[in-house]
Ligand binder design. Structure first.
Ligand SMILES: NC(=O)C1=CN([C@@H]2O[C@H](COP(=O)(O)OP(=O)(O)OC[C@H]3O[C@@H](n4cnc5c(N)ncnc54)[C@H](OP(=O)(O)O)[C@@H]3O)[C@@H](O)[C@H]2O)C=CC1
Ligand SMILES: Cc1cn([C@H]2C[C@H](O)[C@@H](COP(=O)(O)OP(=O)(O)O[C@H]3O[C@@H](C)C(=O)[C@@H](O)[C@H]3O)O2)c(=O)[nH]c1=O
Length: 288
């Protein structure tokens, strides 16, 4: 198998790719540390390409602090747009395919139906805008791309909503959670497996794809699922977005349609609650 190089290897999705590739016995995948693989440093990128000669590059590197990005526009744009463009340029020069990850936050969230890849993107946050700019640069520079938009990522690695809810649920008597933002959680282990399946298929059906787990929920119902399945004794109250002010505005509805990725690559996608159960078991295995 030809080499695969992962940028942003120490992040949540990077760590899931490490776990899943080991399980799938894929040994030709390299996870250079961010210190050697800074996507803003074009010399460092060239060195990585010269050393490993990848046929595929997976870009998991991103500025993902959604609220912070509103006041840190320059850095968010550097990482999410310029960094993505740098990788696309290098892939073009060295003849590699780029698997680039993006987000449901490229959508405004005002359409109450599952979004397809050709629906108009109209982001309402700096994070969403800079991720869209990164997508557009990749498309403009490199035809050999798979851009995978995903949503509400969680796993046993890194920082995410599931781990935040488990922590806050253990510390507090009650929590108020937004119930009028609707989307679909994605277990990052499932996404990692899908990305590796696409690469190992050798497919050249390049383009933009949507991937989340199956189903639809709100942050409140997601939290309720986390508390019920982990027997966390906290009172959870559903609230409106207006009752939980945040620096960034988030889409009210960002459920994505996965028909394209399922039919193109023959991928089976687990239902969000089933994957949540798997993740919670791995975070806290049941007593023997
Ligand atoms: N998390 C989520 O809920 C969602 C994420 N996504 C997308 O999925 C992808 C993976 O997200 P996730 O793994 O959760 O994100 P994380 O924030 O966990 O990981 C991002 C990684 O990128 C690294 N990074 C930042 N700047 C650079 C740089 N200049 N060069 C190299 N690496 C850098 C970070 O390192 P450091 O920590 O040292 O800065 C971090 O390890 C991203 O494209 C994200 O936009 C899409 C939808 C939902
Ligand atoms: C902690 C907390 C959050 N919330 C709300 C705020 C927000 O609307 C929602 C989720 O909050 P978080 O800050 O954990 O998640 P957030 O960083 O907004 O998650 C997003 O991250 C980026 C990277 C993406 O690409 C998106 O797909 C999405 O996953 O939950 C509550 O209502 N109550 C709470 O106690």
């Amino acid at each position: 198998m030809q080499n695969i190089v992962v940028f942003g290897a120490s992040g949540q999705l990077g760590q899931c790719l490490k776990k899943v590739s080991a399980e799938k016995n894929i040994s030709s995948i390299i996870f250079p540390p961010e210190t050697e693989a800074n996507i803003l440093d074009t010399d460092a990128i060239s060195k990585v390409f010269e050393q490993y000669k990848p046929a595929y590059v997976i870009n998991c590197a991103a500025y993902t602090a959604v609220d912070k990005a509103e006041d840190d526009v320059e850095m968010a744009r550097k990482i999410n747009k310029t960094g993505a463009a740098n990788l696309a340029q290098a892939c073009k020069q060295y003849n590699a395919v780029l698997v680039h990850t993006s987000t449901d936050f490229v959508f405004k969230g005002d359409k109450p139906y599952p979004l397809i890849e050709t629906d108009a993107a109209d982001p309402i946050s700096v994070y969403g805008l800079t991720k869209l700019e990164g997508e557009q640069d990749v498309v403009g520079i490199l035809p050999q791309h798979f851009i995978i938009r995903t949503s509400w990522l969680y796993s046993e690695y890194g920082n995410n909503f599931v781990k935040t809810m488990l922590k806050l649920g253990a510390e507090r008597d009650e929590l108020k959670i937004i119930a009028d933002q609707v989307g679909t959680p994605t277990y990052a282990i499932d996404l990692a497996a899908a990305i590796l399946d696409i690469i190992t298929s050798g497919s050249e059906e390049f383009g933009i794809y949507h991937y989340s787990n199956e189903g639809v929920t709100s942050w409140y119902d997601f939290a309720k699922g986390i508390f019920d399945l982990s027997a966390t004794q906290v009172k959870a109250y559903p609230i409106r977005t207006s009752e939980y002010p945040t620096r960034a505005t988030r889409p009210a509805f960002s459920v994505m349609d996965k028909a394209k990725i399922k039919t193109t690559f023959n991928i089976q996608i687990p239902y969000w609650r089933d994957s949540l159960i798997t993740c919670l078991e791995r975070l806290s295995p049941p007593a023997p």
